[in-house]
Design a protein around this ligand. Structure first.
Ligand SMILES: [Zn+2]
Length: 229
């Protein structure tokens, strides 16, 4: 009997143990499955969170990149606007500069005025100055004549931006050619005593509408703030 009882007990014990073990194993297994499931879910959540985070990050980066591009465009636009404004200002300044009026000769002595002289009309002013004294363009314009002509000697005619034409006569030297563009104050030649002249001087005429219609230069020069002599 004993072996049988013992065997039975053992069996029971063994069975119980087995059952217990199985139960524990099952519990463990279930618990393990739950844990695994939980882990899977957590992993899925983490993955979702991570995915969401990386998508958020990507989105943030895209936003930053877009913002960067927008800012770069704004900077470029501001830079272009500044450049355009600077160019417009430079053009306006050049325009103003070009429309300035300056004296034909810096210093000299008025020796003969406009009007009747020696039985005919003197069509300009005579400004006595030493030979070699520089002569200047009075404003922006075009040289329409640079030549040695009878009576005037070396003569320069300039048509200015407003249509006025000035004549300079008796020059010792001409520094510009017909067709040249001049700006206010550009040196165009030197005072001299060439042509029909008795002494070194500048003969200056003003023809407001071009052609050969001289006016008294004095009021015109005064009006422009550039009276000579
Ligand atoms: Zn004269």
């Amino acid at each position: 009997m004993l072996p049988t009882t013992a065997a039975a007990a053992l069996v029971v014990t063994a069975t119980g143990a087995t059952v217990a073990e199985s139960s524990a194993a099952l519990t463990f297994e279930v618990s393990g499955q739950q844990t695994a499931l939980a882990r899977t879910e957590q992993a899925a959540d983490d993955a979702t969170t991570s995915d969401l985070a990386s998508r958020r990050q990507a989105s943030a980066m895209q936003t930053a990149a877009l913002q960067g591009r927008v800012e770069a465009k704004q900077r470029a636009a501001r830079s272009a606007a500044r450049k355009a404004a600077a160019e417009a200002a430079a053009r306006a300044k050049a325009e103003r500069e070009g429309k300035r009026w300056v004296r034909a000769i810096k210093t000299g002595t008025l020796t003969s005025g406009f009007g009747p002289r020696w039985g005919k009309t003197h069509d300009g002013l005579d400004v006595g100055a030493p030979t070699g004294t520089p002569l200047y363009a009075m404003s922006r314009g075009t040289v329409i004549l640079s030549d040695n002509v009878f009576s005037f000697g070396n003569k320069i005619e300039i048509r200015y931006w407003d249509g006025t034409v000035s004549w300079y006569g008796h020059l010792s030297r001409r520094d510009v050619q017909t067709g040249d563009t001049v700006m206010p104050g550009d040196q165009v030649g030197l005072v001299g005593n060439t042509g029909h002249s008795f002494g070194s001087h500048l003969h200056i005429e003003i023809h407001p509408t071009g052609g050969d219609n001289p006016i008294n230069p004095a009021p015109w020069l005064r009006k422009h703030g550039i009276m000579v002599g």
